[in-house]
Design a protein around this ligand. Sequence first.
Ligand code: Z5A
Length: 205
Amino acid sequence: MSPLIAFEGPEGAGKTTQLARLDRRLSAMGQRVLSLAEPGGTELGEAVRSLLLGGGGQTSPVAELLLFGASRAELVAQRILPALAAGELVLLDRFTLSSRAYQGGGRGIPQIWLEQLEFWVAGGLRPDLTLLLDLPPEQGLARAARRQPLDRMEGQGLQFHARVARVYREAAAGDASVVLLDAAQPQEVVAERIWEQVTSRFQLP
Ligand code: Z5A
């Protein structure tokens, strides 16, 4: 199967920007690429996105986890697995590590529940490479705050985002497929670090 590459990190870290740059660069060299963002990418996923991120009322942490999980299950079955089987390289703007960071670290859901849900939802599918864009929460929130209104996660306090950041850093410490990149550097520098990682790990056209 072709590579599955996830972009992770706090809001404002530059995931969407860097994913688009990588997609353009890979596509220009003839690589077939499918770019997807969570939650979303399917009819159900888009409904979950507007339910969870469109503002509105409170949702319990477990309901929130299950909704992100439902979106991911649809994305895996309908888009990711068929694309990988057809030889497309898949770029994901967030994946399972986001649930560990936000619902685990941020909301306090036990990691064992998250691991079990990951298995049901993704059936053991894991990214071949996770590019973790690391940025202090204050800086990420300042970047994200330029877009108003804030969504339900951006509106959480700094302590919530510090817990999210801790889970992300722990993930990078224990797993060679998770690469921590300094997202405070200029966009061009971050893009080059990403390109080095991708071209050194995968055989490309
Ligand atoms: N969530 C969850 O809780 N659990 C889950 O399982 C999943 C998700 C899958 C998705 O929101 C939310 O769902 C997210 C986690 C939660 N919480 N929040 N908030 P989203 O999809 O709407 O947004 P996001 O994923 O958080 O991404 P973002 O805020 O759009 O940030 P980004 O994609 O990392 O950054 P960007 O859009 O590329 O850049 C942000 C700004 O910074 C923009 O003006 C850029 O021009 C600028 N930028 C980018 N790079 C740089 C550099 N290097 N220097 C300076 N400025 C830069």
